[in-house]
Ligand binder design. Sequence first.
Ligand SMILES: [Zn+2]
Ligand SMILES: [Zn+2]
Length: 412
Amino acid sequence: MRHFADLHFHSKYSRAVSPHMELDGLAAGAKQKGLTILGTGDFTHPLWFKELKNRLQPEGNGFYRLNDASVRFMLTCEVSTIASMPKGVKRVHHVLHAADLDVVAQVNDVLSKKGNLAADGRPTFGKTTPTELVELLMEVSRDIVVVPAHIWTPWFSVFGSKSGFDSIQEAYQDQAKHIFALETGMSSDPAMNWRVSGLDRFTLMSNSDSHSPHPWRLGRECNAFEFGEEQLSYAALWNAVREKDQTHFKYTVETPPAYGKYHWDGHRACGFSCPPEKTRQLNGHCPVCNKPLTLGVQYRVEELADRPQGVVPENAVPFKTLLPLHELLSAVTGKALTTQTVQKTADALIAKAGSELAVLLDLDPNDLTAVAGAFVARAVLDNRATAVSVVPGFDGQYGKPQLSDGQQRLNE
Ligand SMILES: [Zn+2]
Ligand SMILES: [Zn+2]
């Protein structure tokens, strides 16, 4: 059976997160999207952890269930480390995964000595290096999996232009041996990461980092696994990731990297954005305010890249590029994501296919046309062929999908 897994997002206990990011809202969002494995997010937060303990039932294989919901939960959270290093202050986000609520209780006990876990669903540990974090976690349990989060984003990531390192080894030192997977984040896709040969040994994963259960957020990036009901377990899933075992880890689902909030360089307040080559011509300065531009993910990848575009490393897990359905419908109709026009068409398509991912990946062209008309059908098929262009995002602003003949479609 195909399983789509989204292992990184936040609960209502994190800052700027929807109140619907609680267990029932997540289970409902997962069903609509077509996700069958979800992280819990935020397991370090005392109130959220209490909810997880009270409501989730262990399956005995490292996953947990909520009532009779179709989705399985994996215990996850994201934490932030900040440390003054010889080359400056380093701020890094890490996604943690655990197989057992008792292990999480021990992790929370250890981490509570490093920072205030109740302050935010994504806690911050000052004066803690990535190496120290992994060391502490491995002392609790070797089954904990640490995945550096959205590795290219400027402010809070292992390679970020504002606060990162130049290699995983430099960041995690002697603990780098415990790191085997990396989260590429919205603004980069595997093809961009393949340009950096130092990343070849790692498995690339994708998650939504969503702050709401909206279908155009939760699961917008995710991981496709194939497991029989009896085979599926926390250990089997991570083994497939570690080994890049493509009989079980089939592909990642990516939004176009330009859709991400930090793909290009720019200043949101100045309304200015540009690709890396232009930034270099400008010596990195904004032509509007003259201050240094926020350097995006593409710029940073090019700084560390030692290969041309188009190289596919041996045994790399493949990926599919897909815009969320609501974004596509919004681009077709010219209406906002939350409008009735967009929602009604999305609901009808999801009812036909069973889930949004099934609409995007599987629904037959004749069914697409019958339910939503020829223009929408064409947009969905263009999306499958990665033929929808996106005006690149920058400095915290999402990219904007554009159908080259969008207006014409409306008027046809
Ligand atoms: Zn983060
Ligand atoms: Zn500016």
